[in-house]
Design a protein around this ligand. Structure first.
Ligand SMILES: *Cc1c(COP(=O)(O)O)cnc(C)c1O
Length: 355
């Protein structure tokens, strides 16, 4: 709190509280270094970043994407006048299954939009080889993957044509609300800067159809403070992750997600999969809830199965994603969570599954 108050003090002198202010520019520079990417455009939130990408690229037709994600991914495609085509995920890390992409490509396909689910990196080599072959754009929804990088390899923001992060309060790194679009393409970066500010290029010049997607100075100030504490928070979550694994590894009927060996993670989610069908998962959810432990069925329902899309996509075939959605439960994990709480949560889980 003290660091934040110190950071925002000068805003009362300068009175520059939004519109590409100095704190937004400082945070963009800091993130370019931290993420190892040439251009970072900050947005008011991750969702507007996704819509900003589609608007800036001027895509048409179909986008191959995954239903195992937060609804924002699918909304961004639909609201941009594009048609989502749902590809199944692979069963180990719940990211898009590259072996199922080619069968979905048509004359209308213009892009692939995979998601780094829970910070698990997609098989970017395989995905980008397909994109190259068919001349498609690759847009990563990297909302879960802030700070994730390949061991000895590129940072997550180096993958594909462009990556979009969310800095919502619930994410690994936050600016209260916020988002960032990262790319090495300077033409795209220029269009992103325009689109987030109504397409205004000069006092009397509007050059593209834009919207208001700007980040304000109070959000950027929060980001500058949180970036300093990011590694420390990550280490705290890593320790909680380790305890969860130790205690749950041997619990029958509970499957953990393997750690991705090739990547440095951010430990911002701890999903478990409850075997034996959705009733068992729901029973565990209710048992924890009645003991004051709030878990999330993240991701359930799948985005292809929600009320507003299910009629259009009732034929969507993605059995691996369907099964995961029926069995997943994301357990609490955040820097302020105590080791003792994790132990208690694991005891409650064991109690329920042994009943
Ligand atoms: C959080 C999230 C978003 C949306 O980000 P906001 O900053 O909340 O708008 C998009 N996609 C995924 C996968 C997310 O988890």
């Amino acid at each position: 709190m003290e660091a934040y108050i110190e950071e925002i003090k000068d805003l009362w002198d300068t009175k520059m509280i939004t519109n590409n202010g100095t704190k937004v520019r400082r945070l963009e520079n800091a993130l370019q270094d931290f993420l190892g990417v040439e251009h970072v455009a900050l947005f008011s939130n991750g969702h507007m970043g996704l819509e900003g990408v589609f608007g800036s690229l001027g895509l048409q037709g179909e986008v191959i994407t995954t239903p195992y994600t937060f609804i924002s991914t699918t909304h961004a495609i639909v609201r941009s006048g594009l048609k989502p085509v749902f590809c199944d995920v692979e069963p180990e890390y719940m990211t898009m299954d590259p072996s199922k992409i080619e069968a979905l490509i048509t004359e209308q396909t213009s892009a692939i939009m995979p998601v780094h689910v829970y910070g698990n990196l997609c098989d970017s080599q395989a995905i980008e080889a397909i994109a190259h072959k068919y001349d498609l754009k690759v847009i990563y929804d990297a909302a879960h993957a802030f700070g994730v990088s390949c061991h000895n390899g590129p940072s997550v923001s180096q993958m594909g044509d462009v990556s979009v992060f969310s800095f919502h309060a619930t994410k690994a790194f936050n600016t209260i609300e916020g988002g960032a679009v990262c790319t090495n393409d300077s033409k795209l970066a220029r269009r992103l800067n325009l689109i987030r500010n109504f397409g205004i290029a000069g006092k009397e010049s509007v050059v593209m159809e834009g919207f208001n997607g700007k980040m304000n100075e109070f959000q950027a100030a929060m980001g500058l403070c949180n970036l300093i504490g990011y590694e420390g928070e990550c280490r705290l979550r890593e320790a909680l992750d380790r305890t969860y694994r130790q205690l749950l590894e041997t619990v029958p009927g509970i499957r953990l997600m393997n750690r991705q060996k090739s990547a440095k993670g951010n430990y911002s989610y701890f999903p478990v999969f409850v075997e034996g069908g959705s009733e068992r998962r729901d029973r565990l959810f209710n048992h924890l809830e009645s003991n004051g432990i709030h878990t999330r069925k993240y991701f359930y329902p799948l985005t292809s199965r929600v009320e507003c899309y299910k009629n259009d996509y009732s034929h969507a075939h993605h059995p691996v994603a369907d099964k995961a959605a029926e069995s997943v439960l994301a357990l609490p994990i955040y820097a302020g969570l105590e080791q003792d709480d994790v132990i208690r949560i694991c005891q409650l889980i064991e109690q329920e599954v042994k009943r």
